[in-house]
Each structure stands twice: as C-alpha cells, then as structure tokens.
Write a protein of this length. Structure first.
Length: 139
C-alpha cells in the first residue's frame, strides 16, 4: 500500500483509539461521557457531543464505502440527515450503544485496513470478479 494510504490509516487509527497528534484519542475523550453530557448543548448554536459522534461515524462509513466503490453523496448539498444523522433515543443505554457501536465498527475496519495493507500493489491477478481473493478463472 502506498505511503499516503499508510499515513491516512495511521491518522485514523490514532484519532480513534491511539496517540492522536492533537491530544487524547476519541476513545479516551468519550470514555466517561454520560448520555446527559453527550446530548447537552454547552454552546446553543453548536452540535452536541452525540451529534458529533454520529457525524464522524457517518463520514467514516462514507469513506469506507468509497474505498469499495460506493460514491460519497455530493457535498455541499448532501441531505442534512446523511451528514448529521439525528439522535432519536437519548437514553444512557442508547448512548453506550452508540459509543460501543462506533468503536466496534472502528476495530472491525482497522482489521480490514491491516489486511488490505498486506495485499501487494499489483494484485489484480489475485482478485476475482466478485471482489474475493483467488485466481481469476477465464470465462
């Protein structure tokens, strides 16, 4: 994998649960946040912690989709519910689920990134038409 891809993968991993260049990782920052804190608007015109988590999660998923060939919705002009998904359940259980889901998803995709990093740059002869590893058989 090229140097730029490695740099991006490292920054994403360190931002989510490593040693981020700006300070604490998202995992550390969110570790002791309650649902009440997550939905609070300390600045009335700003997004809440919960909304920001949903926004980051949406864009991580857009990016992962783009790697798989799914176009990212046009921005600006993207429907706000895609860019800033609504928080509909503000219970403590829902907050813990949102955080756990975000980090479980991040760990799962970190494994995918680790696997993709091991595939040689000229691998097209080992990927079949369904996108699965294996020798391409002539039609």
């Amino acid at each position: 994998m090229n140097t730029e891809c490695n740099r991006i993968a490292h920054q994403l991993a360190s931002t989510i649960n490593g040693d981020a260049w700006y300070g604490d990782s998202l995992e550390k920052m969110l570790n002791d946040v309650t649902a009440k804190q997550a939905q609070a608007r300390a600045i009335p015109s700003a997004h809440s912690i919960w909304e920001l988590l949903c926004h980051v999660d949406a864009w991580v998923n857009f990016t992962l989709g783009a790697v798989q060939g799914v176009p990212i919705p046009a921005w600006p002009g993207m429907p706000v519910e895609l860019d800033w998904p609504a928080v509909t359940d503000t219970s403590e259980r829902a907050w813990k689920h949102a955080v756990d889901s975000f980090f479980s998803n991040a760990i799962y995709h970190a494994g995918q990134i680790a696997l993709l990093k091991k595939i040689p740059p000229n691998h097209s002869d080992t990927i079949n038409h369904e996108g699965k590893l294996g020798v391409i058989e002539p039609a």
